[in-house]
Every structure is written in C-alpha cells, then in structure tokens.
Write a protein that binds this ligand. Sequence first.
Ligand code: UDP
Ligand code: MG
Length: 312
Amino acid sequence: MSKKISLIVPCYNEQESIPLFYEEVKKVSKEMKNVEFEMIFINDGSKDKTLEILRDLSKKDERVRYISFSRNFGKEAGMYAGLEAVTGDYAAIMDADMQDPPEKLIEMYDILLKEKVDCVALYTESHKGYNFVRKGLTNIWYKLIDKISDSKQMPGARDFRLMTKQMVDAIVDMKEYNRYTKGMFGFVGFETKWLPYHAPERVAGTSKFNLKKLVRYALEGVMAFSTTPLILAAYVGILFCLISFIAIIFIVIKTLLWGDPTSGWPSMACIIIFVSGIQLFFLGIIGMYLSKIYLEVKKRPVYIIKETEKTK
Ligand code: UDP
Ligand code: MG
C-alpha cells in the first residue's frame, strides 16, 4: 500500500506564491511515484485573493484541502490547525513562499525511510534575504535560548520538517494556548536527522514577520520553554544583598574613623533609582509569565475556522 504525505502550508497574503508552490509540489509528486500527497493550506485571515485561489485549487485537485480562519491568528495557530488535520502517514510543514523548496521532500523522504528516523528537518546557516540586524539578533537569540531553555533547539532550524504521524500526534496532544512549535519539536523528543541547506529568497511578496512580531515570537520561545527568567530575580537579589553587606561594613568603618559629614545624596539617589529599576524589571518578567498563565487558564481556542473545502 502506498504511503501518504500531508503537506501543511500556513498562508497569509500569499496569492502570488501559492500557484507557484502548487505547481512545484505537482512536479515533485510525479517524481515520487509510490507516495500519495495531500496539501492542507491554512488561510490565516488573508486580505488578498488567497482564499479564492485555494477554493479554485481544491475544486480542480482533490489532493488540495484548505482550512480558512475567521481572522489572522498567526503562523503558530496555522501550523496547529494543519497538524490536527493531517490524515497522512507522514507530514511536513512548509512555507508557501518556497523558502522551503518542495523538491527537498524527495531527499528527506529517502533519508526518513533509509535511516529509520522519526523526523528529517532542515536548518540553515545563512539567512539570505534577512537584513544585518535580523541575522545578528537571530544568532544571539539561539545562543541564549540554548543556555536557558529546557528544550534543545538547533540554531537556524526552520519549521520545515518531514515527520511521522506518531510525532504529529505527540505535538497535537500538547494543548497549550501559547504555542511555540519549534520548541515543541524538541520537547516531544523522537529521533531527528538534521540536514543543512541554504534558504533561497522568497519567490513573491514580502516577509510577513516584522521586527515587532519577531521579538514577540522570540519572547514566546523563551517563556514557553524556560522558567529561568523567573528565577533570575532570586540570583540578582542574592548578589545585591552581598554588595549591600560589604557596603554596610565599609560605611560603618568609615563613619567610625572619620565621622559623618552629610554628603553623598547624589550617589544615594542613583542607588535608589538603580535598585528600583531592577525591581520593576523583574516585576515585569513576573507580569509576562502571569499574562501567559492568564491566557492559558481561559482556554480560548487557538484558531477559529470559517470555511474548509468540505463546508464550501
Ligand atoms: N504566515 C501565516 N500567518 C502569519 C504570518 C505568516 O500563516 O501571521 C505564513 C506565511 O504566509 C508563510 C509562512 O508563514 O507561508 C512564513 O512566513 P514568512 O515567509 O513571511 O516568514 P519568513 O520566511 O520571513 O520568516
Ligand atoms: Mg519566508
């Protein structure tokens, strides 16, 4: 019996990319003769013609399925909806912009079968098309997250990976509201084979992630898989206690030896501002985790579906 691969493609304003992506997958599926394909496009509240294009494609080709959200819920929500909808024996998450080239699937599927691993994933060492600032920040962030996170992450890892249904189910079973899929892959374990590759530039359109979205995504990654920032306050507190202890001894001795002329209020003001700044900073960190807990407790849906190929 032939095996089936489900492709999960989150799309946000990708009207130019989707037809190109579809054609490319068609080519690849012709080459992989003994494998069936299923494409699950997730329309993440696009404002362009994405949904129309998906409707047309699904009418023409029964391998094309789509899930259309009621608004933009973000790529994480898109991936979750896609993973839940998988019917294949294997699944791969891919960007619509061809930065995850479909022809790579041939090699990935080969390795998956030959090496009997659960997952074949790609990582990129060079980020073509990312500017200097984004490259630098990305590198620093991967180093940081590796130090403080419970779940190991490959630097430069993309969301593009081919995995077994068993691994998909493990991720779908993680029902958290604040989703950070890159960390979840590491969390669920399973054997992953990493392949290096060079990410090409996007075929059409522009990146849907601006700096603000990326910073939010990065913070999500830290908070979802690390509690180190919460504990950091305790360490800084101990450090400050030690410093103040030394300062107290110093001041007592100095006062005993030379008396206490009233001076030094500017330094006092600096110390007060500094220490209260640190306190507010850690209060802020606690607030960020608290807000995550707040959202988690409410159990809101991660996404809301308005239309699929079955309801149309
Ligand atoms: N995407 C999405 N919802 C969003 C933002 C992005 O579904 O709110 C999709 C987007 O259409 C693309 C993929 O996520 O298929 C990756 O986005 P993009 O290529 O813009 O990110 P980059 O490659 O610049 O990191
Ligand atoms: Mg892209």
